[in-house]
Design a protein around this ligand. Structure first.
Ligand code: PAF
Length: 284
């Protein structure tokens, strides 16, 4: 496995793959890798000739300076994991390599057809512009056949589908397939997340109540309205000392608009454990 830090080297390697008609899998990450990322990479390795994994904490998608600074970084550990599961190239550029000073400070404005106006988009203005800025740049550089994203960030996945399949960029990425992969959980149900590294053992234990509550809501949904279930999830999690819900919204899985019933619906939650922001979701 080779670690690459410049765009020029990436372009050379991609060119060589293309010359040999190799299929390319891309797994974009921000590092601090866990078994959730590993499952994406393993799938990419199984489905492509060559796999690139990007490890880049993208400054333009953070609207909270502290969150950016505290985001866990450990390239050496990440590289060991990636090598052990068969990735071929790790792309780990510096922010300066990725963006010009002007790009770093420009607010990109993509049209997401309203998908960015709810949930994460509402709470983190500009976040998805930053995500699409970096993901589209990675797509241009790596020219993947398939790109892999986790379903834990369900809204992100919906927005990337929109960019590739329905936005003004769709002709540029017409041959690219976006693959959404299921959430990986600990045995106790806690969704794996790089942010879990910032939780103490007791906080992790408390955080298992998030998925427990989402699972209970599947039962509640049999005899209640969408609004009643939303409220009960919020009340149940907020009743646990140390957890605070930012939002729980049950929305349509494609449009992300508020669901009126549970068919084709997904419930998306964001919960604070102290300063750490945890997200999870469940499909009804
Ligand atoms: O999901 C993430 O880790 C990031 O948002 C992504 C897709 C790697 C873009 O920085």
């Amino acid at each position: 496995m080779q670690i690459i830090t410049t765009k020029q080297e990436i372009l050379q390697q991609v060119e060589a793959c293309k010359r040999q008609h190799k299929t390319i899998g891309l797994v974009p990450t921000m590092g601090a890798l866990h078994q959730g990322h590993a499952s994406l990479v393993q799938r990419a390795v199984a489905e492509n000739d060559v796999v690139f994994v990007s490890v880049f904490v993208n400054p333009t998608q953070f609207n909270n300076k502290e969150d950016l600074e505290k985001y866990p970084r450990n390239l050496e550990r990440d590289a060991k994991l990636l090598e052990s599961i068969g990735a071929h190239f790790v792309f780990a550029p510096t922010p300066e390599e990725m963006y010009t000073a002007q790009e770093m400070n420009t607010t990109f404005q993509y049209d997401f057809d309203g998908l960015d106006k709810v949930m994460e988009g509402k709470m983190r203005p500009g976040h998805f512009n930053g995500v699409v800025q970096v993901v589209s740049r990675l797509f241009y550089l790596v020219q993947p056949t398939k790109a892999y994203f986790g379903e834990k960030d369900f809204q992100q996945l919906a927005i990337i589908h929109q960019m590739v399949e329905r936005s003004a960029l769709k002709d540029t990425f017409s041959d690219l397939q976006i693959i959404g992969c299921p959430i990986v959980r600990q045995a106790d149900g806690l969704a794996l997340s790089s942010r879990n590294e910032r939780l103490s053992e007791s906080e992790k234990k408390l955080a298992t109540n998030i998925y427990k509550t989402l699972k209970s809501s599947m039962e509640w949904a049999k005899n209640a309205t969408v609004k009643e279930v939303e409220q009960r999830v919020v009340d149940t999690i907020n009743a646990i000392d140390g957890l605070e819900v930012e939002y729980y919204e049950i929305v349509d899985q494609t449009t992300l608009l508020p669901a009126t019933d549970f068919s084709h619906a997904i419930g998306c939650v964001t919960v604070y454990s102290g300063p750490v922001r945890l997200i999870d979701n469940i499909k009804y």
